[in-house]
Structure formats: structure tokens, C-alpha cells
Ligand binder design. Structure first.
Ligand SMILES: NC(=O)C1=CN([C@@H]2O[C@H](COP(=O)(O)OP(=O)(O)OC[C@H]3O[C@@H](n4cnc5c(N)ncnc54)[C@H](O)[C@@H]3O)[C@@H](O)[C@H]2O)C=CC1
Ligand SMILES: O=C(O)[C@H]1O[C@H](OP(=O)(O)OP(=O)(O)OC[C@H]2O[C@@H](n3ccc(=O)[nH]c3=O)[C@H](O)[C@@H]2O)[C@H](O)[C@@H](O)[C@@H]1O
Length: 480
């Protein structure tokens, strides 16, 4: 029986391995982690991450050919194929701080693999890493190998949160990069055989190592760039009376551009887009390509601009101050169908409003009060380290309350900010909400989920990203 082990039981390691176990009953899959609480949760009824469909897959395979364990060394030493899916945060100190990827966790995983291995292994980069990382990993492994043969493959993951199971079952492509030697090609074939159990052959792409590593950074940069492009247009729509939904639709009808990923928003979030672009920028700078670095940096600048612009709209509309006003925040996760708050635009928007002394009442169906308080008090980039290594929240933000219902959050509020596109926000009883709010009552829709005309009929003053401005806002100075 082929044995697979995955180091890192997170958003990628957990779901990816669960699908391999589901589709390959003859493979034994062990997912290991240094975080005891994470592994305990994977072995319980309350999985550590919320992902539609994941529960069922885990329940079907756990204890049969899928195991979650903290006994990292045992499972690594027994495995034929070792995936590494650990954190690769942005460095906060030293060389490349604020941009470069911190490979501390990767390096310690590689050293451990070299230490405990007693048989030849294929080591697979699943984490997103800087191009040429495989070379560094190879050096660590071969210099400590005691005669054991290691083959390194790059097999970046393209799943998106909220649709991880669907994405894994029907991937657009699986990418495998390896050495162009006979041993490298043999390793590629071994991993191909695993995916071929459910992925059509033509969707399994093989490349050299560096192309696979770079393709992952490139794909995320292209995706984020699309959002920054549409968000930049949303500002121009507001200034001119065009409607971003109509513009996106018209642009996306061009088959060379395509309709997906063109929704204007308060900004993109999530654990990877910003981190991976910063990483790309750093690699460009290190390779003497400042113009290319500058080009990609702009994607992040527009994203920051979009979040600031949103906060300024809120404050400017409400007589230039939100001091001591109750603002309801609907949605805190970085997108719908996930409880993940890593780099969510809600953090920056909430901090902006708190900076103007607002009182916030926050509701998200999947995010706990503890998580929200941690996010609002944590230093930048700290979130991307293993949970047990993160400092405890030093304090709580007093002007923030977290409630478990949208109606409770909006009661007596002056304004509502919609920051995640949860479906339930489309069907709320906005008349009831309006009746229980201070007047004038404002809705700032950062996700274009509400029916603007309907809400205006009720009496709300409505701002919706990239839509023709409410008469209330029209005469206000442009904000940036
Ligand atoms: N979250 C996502 O949707 C995607 C993430 N990625 C990439 O995958 C990698 C992992 O991301 P996530 O799963 O989101 O992170 P995560 O933070 O959810 O999981 C990483 C896990 O690795 C564990 N870990 C760290 N060092 C370890 C070690 N030496 N031994 C054992 N366990 C260790 C941590 O305790 C943590 O549970 C990152 O490089 C990320 O950029 C790639 C595609 C999608
Ligand atoms: O490397 C990763 O971590 C992953 O990053 C993204 O996946 P994810 O961050 O889970 O979610 P997305 O659906 O890409 O959304 C990212 C952010 O962009 C925002 N977004 C997305 C699409 C859109 O049209 N507009 C928009 O503002 C979302 O609300 C969210 O805040 C990519 O889509 C995955 O392919 C990739 O594997």
C-alpha cells in the first residue's frame, strides 16, 4: 500500500488529503501537524475549518485510510510521498521584511524529513513558495540524507476557500513540476498516478520545477490583478455615473476576457493574494527587475486604495464623523462560505472606522467574537504563523461588540456596512431594519449584494461600490 503523509493540517493540507483518501482507497493518507488543537479538531465532529462538503468526505474516510496525527516523525518516516503544506508567511524582520516569504516552517519540515527518513521519498511542495525554493530544499535534504534518495516535486494548490471540495474534485488543472532527469520523471509519474485516479489525463500538466513554482505565484497575481482592475474602474464609475455591474458584464462578454472574477468589491482579502504578490515583487527586485516589481505592486496599492475609499465614503456621508455612532458591520470573513478572516478587508475597514471613533456591532455567521478581537488587535502578518505560536490577544477593542444576528447588529445603528457577500444579507427584512435604525439611515454595500432601488424606496441612503451615486452623496467632495 502506498503511504502518503502531509505535513500541515490546514486549509490546504486537510481538504487536499481528504480528497486523495476519498478517491484512492488503496492509498493510506496521514495528515500531521505540530498543533495539537488542530489535530484534535480534525479527529472530532467539529472540524477546525468550515468548508462546504468537507465534513462528509472526512467522515467517510477517517479511520479507514485517512488519519490525523501529531506523531509527525512516525508518519513521515513511513511515507513514500511526503507533501509539505505548512505556513509560508511574509517575513516581518530582517532581509526582505514586509515582502519576502518566511521559509522557517518549510526549512524545519525539510530538516525533520531528512532526520527521520529511512527509505527513499518523494517530497512534494504543496505550500506556495518563492521560485527556486525546491533547490534550497533539495540542498537541505541531500546534505543531511545519509544516503537516502529524495526527489523534489512542485505541486502547487489552486483551490479557493469556500469551494475547496468542488475545486479538488474537478480541478481546472493539476500542475506537477519536477527535475528533467530519469529519477525526476519517475517521481512525476508516481504523483501523476495518484491524481489520475480522478483527474482526466489532459488536466494533469507537467513542467520543470521552476515553471511550476512560478505558475502558482503568476496565477494568484493575475487573479488579484483582475480584481484591482475592476475595483479601479468602480471608482471611475462612481465619478461618471456608469454602473460597474454593467461595465463588468459588457467587458466579460468578450470571450478573450471572460466573465469570471470581475465583481467589484471593498477589496480582495484572503491569506494568499497579498502575500504571494509581495513575494513576487521581492523576487523581481532580487532579480534586478524593478519595473516588473513596480507593476505588480500596483495591484496591492489599488486594493489598499479601495479599502480606504470605502471608509472615507462612510465617514464623509455621515456628516464627516462617525464618532460614537453605532455602525453595524455585516460580514467579517474575507468571502462568503468560509469562516476564514485572514487579510479580510473587514479588518482594515473596521480599523478605519474605529480610528474615527465609531462604535461597531459586528455580525458574521461563521466568525467568532474571539477571532474578531484577535484580528483587530494583532500586528500585521502575525496571523500567518501556526496558531500555538501566535501571541494571545493583548487586549480587546472596547468599542466593538460581536453579535449573532443581523437584526441585533443593526438595531439603533446609524449605518450598515456590508463587508462579506453572505447570501443571507440579500434576503434580510430591510424594512424592519430601517424602522429600528437612527435616521437618516445609511447602507454602505461593499459587495454589491443589496437591491439599491428597493432600499432607497424604503428610505435608506445607499452607497454601493461602483454604482451611480445616491443624490445624498453626489454633492460631496470626491473621496480617496
Ligand atoms: N488557504 C488557501 O486557500 C491556500 C493556501 N495555499 C498555500 O498553502 C500553504 C498552507 O496554507 P494554509 O493551509 O492556508 O495554512 P494553515 O495555516 O491553515 O496551515 C498550515 C499548518 O501547518 C502547520 N505547521 C507549520 N509548521 C509545521 C511543521 N514544521 N510541522 C508540522 N506542521 C506544521 C501549522 O500548525 C498549520 O496548521 C501556504 O503556503 C499557502 O500559501 C495554497 C493554495 C490555497
Ligand atoms: O492561493 C490561494 O490561497 C488561493 O487564492 C485564491 O482563493 P481564495 O483566496 O480562497 O478566494 P478567492 O475566491 O480567490 O477570493 C479572494 C478574494 O477576492 C475577492 N474577490 C473575488 C472575486 C471577485 O470577482 N471579486 C472579489 O473581490 C473575494 O471576495 C476574496 O476577498 C485563488 O482563487 C485560488 O486559486 C488560490 O489557490
Amino acid at each position: 500500500m502506498v503511504k502518503v503523509c502531509c505535513i500541515g493540517a490546514g486549509y490546504v493540507g486537510g481538504p487536499t488529503m481528504a480528497i486523495i483518501a476519498l478517491k484512492c482507497p488503496s492509498i493510506e493518507v496521514a495528515v500531521v501537524d505540530i498543533s495539537v488543537s488542530r489535530i484534535t479538531a480534525w479527529n472530532s465532529d467539529q472540524l477546525p475549518i468550515y468548508e462546504p462538503g468537507l465534513d462528509g468526505v472526512v467522515k467517510q474516510c477517517r479511520g479507514k485510510n485517512l488519519f490525523f496525527s501529531t506523531d509527525v516523525e512516525k508518519h513521515v518516516s513511513e511515507a513514500d510521498i511526503v507533501f509539505v503544506s505548512v505556513n509560508t508567511p511574509t517575513k516581518t524582520r530582517g532581509l526582505g521584511a514586509g515582502k519576502a516569504a518566511d521559509l522557517t516552517y518549510w526549512e524545519s519540515a525539510a530538516r525533520m524529513i531528512a532526520d527521520v527518513s529511512k527509505s527513499n521519498k518523494i517530497v512534494v511542495e504543496k505550500s506556495t513558495v518563492p521560485v527556486k525554493t525546491a533547490e534550497a530544499i533539495e540542498k537541505i535534504l541531500t546534505h543531511n540524507s545519509k544516503g537516502i534518495q529524495f526527489q523534489i516535486l512542485s505541486n502547487p494548490e489552486f483551490l479557493a476557500e469556500g469551494t475547496a471540495i468542488e475545486d479538488l474534485l474537478k480541478p481546472d488543472r493539476v500542475l506537477i513540476g519536477g527535475r528533467e532527469t530519469p529519477e525526476g520523471q519517475k517521481a512525476i509519474q508516481a504523483l501523476k498516478d495518484v491524481y489520475a485516479q480522478w483527474v482526466p489525463q489532459e488536466r494533469i500538466l507537467t513542467t520543470n520545477l521552476w515553471s511550476a513554482e512560478l505558475s502558482k505565484l503568476a496565477a494568484n497575481a493575475f487573479l488579484a490583478q483582475r480584481i484591482s482592475s475592476v475595483n479601479a474602474m468602480s471608482a471611475l464609475c462612481e465619478a461618471t455615473g456608469a454602473n460597474i455591474t454593467q461595465v463588468s458584464y459588457a467587458v466579460g462578454k468578450d470571450s478573450r476576457i471572460g466573465p469570471k472574477f470581475l465583481n467589484a468589491s471593498v477589496g480582495f482579502g484572503g491569506s494568499c493574494f497579498q502575500k504571494d504578490i509581495l513575494n513576487l515583487v521581492y523576487i523581481c527586485e532580487c532579480n534586478g527587475l524593478p519595473e516588473v516589481a513596480e507593476y505588480w505592486k500596483q495591484v496591492i496599492k489599488i486594493n489598499d486604495y479601495q479599502k480606504n475609499r470605502f471608509v472615507n465614503r462612510v465617514v464623509a456621508s455621515m456628516f464627516n464623523t462617525v464618532s460614537n455612532k453605532k455602525i453595524a458591520v455585516l460580514g467579517f470573513a474575507f468571502k462568503k462560505d468560509t469562516g476564514d478572516t485572514r487579510e479580510t478587508p473587514a479588518i482594515d475597514v473596521c480599523k478605519g472606522l474605529l480610528g474615527d471613533k465609531a462604535r461597531l456591532s459586528i455580525y458574521d455567521p461563521q466568525v467568532t467574537e474571539d477571532q474578531i478581537q484577535r484580528d483587530l488587535t494583532m500586528d500585521k502578518f502575525t496571523w500567518d504563523h501556526p496558531i500555538h505560536l501566535q501571541p494571545m490577544s493583548p487586549s480587546t477593542v472596547k468599542q466593538v461588540s460581536v453579535v449573532w444576528e443581523a437584526y441585533e447588529a443593526t438595531k439603533d445603528a446609524h449605518g450598515i456596512c456590508i463587508l462579506t457577500e453572505w447570501d443571507e444579507f440579500k434576503t434580510l427584512d430591510y424594512k424592519r431594519i430601517y424602522d429600528n435604525m437612527q435616521k437618516p439611515a445609511f447602507v454602505f454595500d461593499g459587495r454589491n449584494v443589496v437591491d439599491v432601488e428597493k432600499l432607497r424606496e424604503i428610505g435608506f441612503i445607499v452607497y454601493s461600490i461602483g454604482k451611480p451615486l445616491d443624490p445624498w452623496l453626489k454633492d460631496m467632495p470626491a473621496v480617496a
